[in-house]
Design a protein around this ligand. Structure first.
Ligand SMILES: Nc1ncnc2c1ncn2[C@@H]1O[C@H](COP(=O)(O)OP(=O)(O)OP(=O)(O)O)[C@@H](O)[C@H]1O
Ligand SMILES: N[C@@H](CCO)C(=O)O
Length: 308
């Protein structure tokens, strides 16, 4: 195989209480990428469609992750990368991660799969760091592993796969503003109060237990963020109104998707997810804010090969 076309999924990071640790994969939105071998050694981004992004490999997250893997693999050929971007950069559903993870996933297949998903996540984090000025894997991991993931540690990198209840859906609303992850990280406090930390790790533990036991009530009671949301929600217009409308329409809970501005709601069943979508659309419909919404099942597979 000398060329591969893939679907590289959008992802939701943090998942309320799990800042920089938890994430899940979406299946209704993602980028497409083509990676092909070339005789010319090195990494070359040869086509970008959808959004205006750098062609220089060192300035594009897809190229940075690819270069990191290339330096380790040392093949006697090069790779060309085409990016067909559907995920708006700065939207909060892992646009940078879809590129960073997709390039190394595609290269790995063309190399005969010498690396596992944790090793691929390591390379992809190098690309993610270009976008967010920090190495975090909570979008990268669900994009590569699929489903829900927990990043146990970054150094050494250890990623845990968490079971996904089969009737869990996500409703996403994306107000058309851009929030760069690097900026949304810069406003966070360096220290947290012990009482908030206790609440946070209690919720992370109970959320994980709820996912393991298909306990939707426990998932609902765990979707709270005492540490990051109070600072970042100020960046998102009508955030509290969206949360309230989603809850009234039956959502288990809502939170900021990644660094925002997208807002996710987790729902039991597709009918509830669609009702929540209708309810939260009304919140922005009465404002001058452009937005889009979608409902997505949790994508248990992650990356998809489109040309095999
Ligand atoms: N291939 C790429 N895809 C997306 N963004 C890229 C890419 N290469 C460089 N960038 C830059 O990375 C930034 C987007 O990453 P950022 O992490 O801020 O947003 P996001 O990934 O969409 O959201 P989040 O990480 O919160 O889910 C933009 O400044 C964009 O110009
Ligand atoms: N955990 C990261 C995810 C960014 O998508 C942050 O919130 O800054």
């Amino acid at each position: 195989m000398n060329e591969i076309r893939i679907f590289s999924p959008a992802t939701v990071a943090n998942v309320s209480c799990g800042f920089d640790v938890l994430g899940f994969c979406l299946d209704s939105v993602g980028d497409e990428m083509v990676i092909r071998k070339t005789d010319k050694k090195g990494i070359y981004i040869t086509k970008i469609e959808g959004y205006d992004l750098p062609y220089e490999a060192e300035k594009n997250v897809a190229g940075v992750s690819a270069l990191a893997m290339y330096a380790d693999a040392k093949p006697d050929f090069g790779f060309e990368i085409e990016i067909y971007k559907n995920i708006k950069p700065g939207s909060g559903v892992g646009s940078s991660s879809a590129s960073a993870a997709g390039s190394v996933f595609g290269m790995n297949v063309l190399l005969g799969n010498p690396y596992n998903n944790t090793e691929l996540s390591y390379f992809a984090m190098k690309g993610e760091a270009l976008a967010s000025q920090s190495e975090h894997a909570d979008n990268i991991a669900p994009a590569l592993f699929g489903g829900f993931t927990l990043v146990k540690s970054v150094s050494p990198l250890e990623i845990l796969e968490i079971p996904t209840p089969n009737n869990l859906y996500a409703t996403i609303i994306h107000p058309q503003i851009e929030i760069k992850t690097s900026e949304a990280r810069a406003i966070l406090p360096k220290d947290v109060a012990l009482k908030d930390a206790i609440l946070q790790w209690a919720n992370v533990g109970s959320l994980i237990h709820g996912l393991h036991t298909n306990n939707y009530g426990l998932i609902e009671r765990s979707l709270h963020d005492a540490i990051v949301e109070p600072h970042r929600s100020k960046l998102i217009p009508l955030y509290q109104d969206v949360k309230a409308a989603a809850k009234t329409a039956g959502a288990l809970g809502s939170g900021i998707s990644g660094s925002g501005p997208s807002i996710f709601s987790l729902c039991e069943g597709i009918n509830t997810a669609k009702s929540v979508e209708q309810a939260i659309r009304k919140v922005y419909a009465n404002s001058d804010i452009e937005f889009d919404t979608y409902v997505s099942k949790i994508n248990a597979e992650g990356m998809k090969i489109l040309n095999n």
